[in-house]
Design a protein around this ligand. Structure first.
Ligand code: HEM
Length: 164
């Protein structure tokens, strides 16, 4: 995923306590997502706890494989294509990224170092671009607007998407 060893270590170190409390973390994540992107709530029809577990297990898998990015290409592209059937649009990825960063911040408090935040933003940005490019060839990487990630990186998660 184009991350260096330090970034991978920062992501793994910050993920461990989140994964240890994954149901709670998933609840925080969806709560935030539905707050900043209320229209996305209608896309989710399954049991929220189950949905949260699928998300955290997938993130755990991705994080475990960050140093073997070639192993991620196929499953991530397939995941992205399934999301088209769930009604997800390219522009939805920015809010999910912001909710994820917000959840990490909430969960980890001062333990979420600036280095860890930057590493997470870079990793999510990369993952989302990959997913968008795979699932919406006509959009390419343009669906995830950089300002979304920049806002998350600067702690303005949830703010308007209008910054330059
Ligand atoms: C890095 C980004 C994402 C990851 C890792 C992820 C992960 C997952 C996983 C593991 C599932 C379970 C079903 C499956 O494996 O196909 C799922 C389902 C779903 N995801 Fe995502 N997702 C991501 C981005 C998004 C985005 C941007 C949205 C838009 C709001 C979204 C909305 C949904 C919906 C609506 C479902 C189906 C829920 C249902 O069946 O009720 N996801 N996601």
């Amino acid at each position: 995923m184009g991350l260096d060893d330090e970034q991978i270590a920062a992501i793994r170190g910050s993920w461990a306590p989140v994964y240890a409390a994954r149901d709670l973390a998933a609840g925080l994540f969806y709560g935030r997502l539905f707050q900043i992107a209320p229209e996305s709530r209608a896309l989710f029809s399954g049991d929220p706890t189950e949905q949260g577990r699928k998300l955290t297990e997938t993130l755990a898998y991705v994080i475990e494989a960050l140093d073997r990015p070639e192993a991620l290409v196929e499953p991530v592209e397939a995941l992205a294509r399934r999301h088209v059937d769930y009604g997800v649009r390219p522009e939805d990825y920015a809010a999910v990224g912001r909710a994820l960063i917000w959840m990490l911040e909430r969960h980890l408090g001062g333990g979420f170092t600036p280095q860890a935040r930057l590493a997470w933003v870079a990793a999510y940005d990369h993952l989302a671009r990959r997913m968008i490019a795979a699932a919406y060839p006509e959009v390419g990487g343009a669906g995830l607007r950089a300002p979304g990630a920049a806002a998350a990186a600067e702690g303005r998660a949830g703010g308007p998407d209008t910054e330059s």
